[in-house]
Design a protein around this ligand. Structure first.
Ligand code: ATP
Ligand code: MG
Length: 350
């Protein structure tokens, strides 16, 4: 029997509630498959750990995590007691960068029974492939002069390697989907980085002539995602543009509480990290009412990455069957608890 060793970081707030729910679903999925098992190792890192030790994770935390196949993370953040830059940079971003998780994948799909804010939602189903290691978030810049002369400079860094890697990943993904890639650009305003981005998109695209390819400016693309989201299949975007588009993706699905995400080390040299889009939601933590579907769908993405896409589809089917039955948490307009939703997903997963 194949064993997958997974490092689990439930983190803070509702992370501590939704992660065990998703682990139960993943254990059930393994049982349904019958050819593998998960071995979970849970680490109590996050803001409580910081309040006790002054660190979000131990100094050798990255080395410890490298010993596992993948990382399954809930959410970190306790804005009332720990500043966001400490919780983010001390754990999440540290893991993403040191494990070279250079691709962030975030699907958005209209599931049956979801209260999308769109007026006429026509079954959309798209995936944003976001460059996750450089671009506008490259941490390069500074401030010069002072007073009325003060200037802030923020450099965006686009390497050929990083740009090409994201585009190739998007085209490969489109092969097994609906054969279409849209590139998010803004070459009419950003006159160095985005013409380069467009050039690399065209170059890589020549290796995939059978795949439809279009460039849209990010402003128009944001509007299209609201007006005609069904037109999109795979969208490849820079770090900042992808960040913005994926929040929009979560919003048009109906709740950030269901949006899944994966931070991938596509070379498979280090573990990847599976982490939903939502945060620690301190306003509803500890009440048993958080929506576990984002974390469960994130677990489905881990199954896909481990090589079990058909099993992943069964998990998504069980999520849809649960929603179709009207079993929904408060963020989706329902009255079900986290446990009710988890039990229903477990029941439908056969
Ligand atoms: P972070 O900085 O960690 O992203 P945040 O405060 O910006 O945190 P969230 O923690 O995602 O964002 O919370 C945003 C809103 O969405 C909150 O009102 C929260 O209660 C709600 N929310 C987030 N996740 C869920 C969930 N799984 N179930 C129900 N509501 C959720
Ligand atoms: Mg936030």
């Amino acid at each position: 029997m194949k064993i997958y060793r997974i490092a689990v970081i439930p983190g803070d707030g509702i992370g501590k509630e939704v992660v065990p729910a998703a682990m139960a679903v993943l254990d059930k999925a393994a049982q349904v498959d019958g050819s593998f098992q998960f071995e979970w190792a849970t680490f109590p890192w996050g803001c409580n750990y910081y309040l006790e030790t002054g660190k979000m994770m131990p100094d050798d935390g990255i080395e410890i995590l490298k010993g596992y196949d993948q990382i399954f993370l809930g959410a970190v953040g306790m804005p009332a007691l720990v500043p966001d830059h400490i919780s983010l940079w001390g754990l999440l971003i540290k893991i993403r960068r040191e494990m070279q998780q250079s691709i962030n994948v975030r699907p958005a799909k209209l599931l049956q029974g979801l209260p999308s804010p769109l007026r006429n939602p026509n079954g959309f189903d798209f995936v944003v492939v976001r460059e996750n290691s450089e671009g506008e978030y490259a941490e390069s810049g500074g401030r010069i002069h002072s007073g009325q002369e003060e200037v802030a400079i923020q450099n965006a860094i686009f390497t050929r390697k990083g740009t090409e890697r994201a585009m190739r990943y998007a085209f490969e993904m489109a092969k097994s989907r609906r054969q279409h890639v849209t590139s998010a650009t803004k070459s009419n305003g950003l006159t160095y980085s985005m013409p380069f981005w467009d050039e690399v998109f065209a170059e890589v695209g020549r290796d995939y002539v059978e795949i439809g390819q279009v460039s849209n400016h990010i402003d128009a693309l944001a509007a299209f995602l609201v007006m005609k989201p069904e037109n999109f299949d795979v969208i490849v975007a820079s770090n900042l543009f992808g960040d913005i588009l994926t929040d929009l993706g979560g919003a048009i699905m109906g709740s950030i509480g269901i949006a899944p995400a994966a931070n991938l080390n596509i070379e498979r040299k280090y573990p990847s990290m599976f982490e939903p889009v939502h945060g620690s939601a301190p306003d509803i933590a500890g009440k048993g009412i958080a929506n576990p579907l984002g974390q469960i769908w994130t677990g489905k993405m881990m199954l896909d990455f481990l090589g079990y896409p058909e099993l992943g589809l069964k998990v998504l089917d069980a999520i849809e069957a649960t929603l179709a039955q009207g079993i929904k948490t408060g963020d989706l307009g329902g009255t079900a608890t986290l446990q009710d939703v988890t039990d229903a997903v477990l029941h439908h997963l056969q």
